[in-house]
Write a protein that binds this ligand. Structure first.
Ligand code: AHM
Ligand code: MG
Length: 351
């Protein structure tokens, strides 16, 4: 039998970790600590629903009824409502926005307003839900910009550079929460027995030597010349712009950005979802700037990597609308910069 021993003095719960980080900000009021803890709680509930999968009838489609005649909720709908419900009354938020909803989400009537803004993608990788493949939740926290009253659309449309904190939960073989508040990137694993996130990955740094490239290669026919050549370069089949070849990387692509990102953060590599220049659906890429790209970009930068839309740092992009899409290249700095160089050289005339 596996003998498990836990050194009590070394256990770091997520609550304690966030609280300790807060101590280095003498002006901090504790609101951010509580907000991050609210998100961790939502993550636990979503994780428990996710792990029950088909057992709980939650893989059904919205609009169908269960045996009690109650409406069955799709898992992404359930995750969306759960995050809203756990945050709509706390007095910590001025406004929220969800990838699942068209407009901004005001806090519930009758509850106090707070100083933060929360944007979230409740269940990223939702095309994988029915197949028991890893999925995740992404969140982004900003300070409100407006001076009082209910938060506004403008509060939600901020550059990634203004992020106060961001993170994600990945519901995989185990559930993990990874976050940054600008003091490094820290990962916690949910202990399913205790029901608490415990620090397992302090100060995550992207390994200097990359292992993986991650892209949906099935769409290659839609790519520009720059993206095609960059991909061949990653495979070791195309010369760098200085004529040298690199050792080919392994391809890994799950189709859940959170899971793909998480693997590359720990293993080293580059994830990209480029503009599909010949597919009219995704001429600006598929991923959302505010809900997916910017929060992951903040984590990446804090872990020593970088991100780009092909020419500009993701964190410097000003969103014009809530659901704006952007091409995304994210991971090891050397590889993201190489993508930009290939695009500059081969796609210039297409811009
Ligand atoms: P979603 O938010 O509707 O789940 O879409 C985003 C997901 C990402 O997790 C993933 O990187 C991408 O879509 C996969 O798209 P594709 O199937 O086109 O490769
Ligand atoms: Mg998504």
């Amino acid at each position: 039998m596996l003998k498990q021993s836990i050194d009590q003095d070394k256990i770091m719960t997520i609550e304690r970790h966030i609280f300790d980080e807060q101590q280095s900000h003498p002006e901090a009021t504790g609101v951010l600590t509580s907000l991050l803890y609210d998100i961790a709680l939502a993550g636990k509930v979503i994780a428990s629903q996710t792990s029950r999968g088909g057992l709980a009838e939650i893989l059904g489609k919205t609009g169908t009824t269960n045996i009690q005649g109650e409406e069955v909720m799709k898992l992404d709908d359930l995750a969306d409502r759960m995050i809203y419900r756990l945050n709509d009354h706390t007095g910590r938020l001025a406004v929220m926005a969800s990838e699942e909803r068209e407009d901004i989400l005001p806090v519930s009537p009758g509850y106090p307003l707070g100083k933060y803004v929360l944007l979230y993608d409740p269940l990223d990788g939702s095309s994988n839900i029915d197949y028991n493949v890893s999925i995740g939740t992404i969140f982004a926290i900003y300070n409100r910009k407006s001076e009082g009253g209910p938060g506004t659309l403008e509060d939600c449309l901020q550059k990634g550079r203004s992020l106060v904190a961001s993170g994600y939960l990945v519901y995989g073989a185990s559930t993990m929460l990874v976050y940054t508040s600008g003091m490094g990137v820290h990962g916690f694993t949910l202990d399913p027995i205790v029901g608490e996130f415990l620090l397992t990955h302090p100060y995550i740094r992207i390994p200097e030597v990359p292992k993986y490239y991650s892209v949906n290669q099935g769409y290659e026919r839609y790519w520009s010349e720059g993206i095609s050549r960059f991909t061949k370069y990653l495979q070791g089949d195309e010369a760098d712009l200085d004529g040298t070849f690199r050792k080919g990387l392994s391809l890994r692509y799950i189709g859940s950005m959170v899971a793909d990102f998480h693997r590359n953060l720990l293993g080293g590599g580059v994830f990209y979802y480029p503009a599909d220049s010949k597919d009219p659906r995704y001429t600006s890429g598929k991923l959302r700037l505010a809900y997916e790209s910017a929060p992951m970009a903040f984590i990446t930068e804090q872990a020593g990597g970088t991100s780009s839309n092909g020419s500009q740092n993701i964190l410097d992009l000003q969103p014009d609308s809530l659901h704006q899409r952007t091409p995304l290249f994210i991971g090891n700095r050397e590889l993201v910069e190489k993508a930009e160089a290939f695009i500059r050289k081969y796609d210039k005339q297409e811009k």
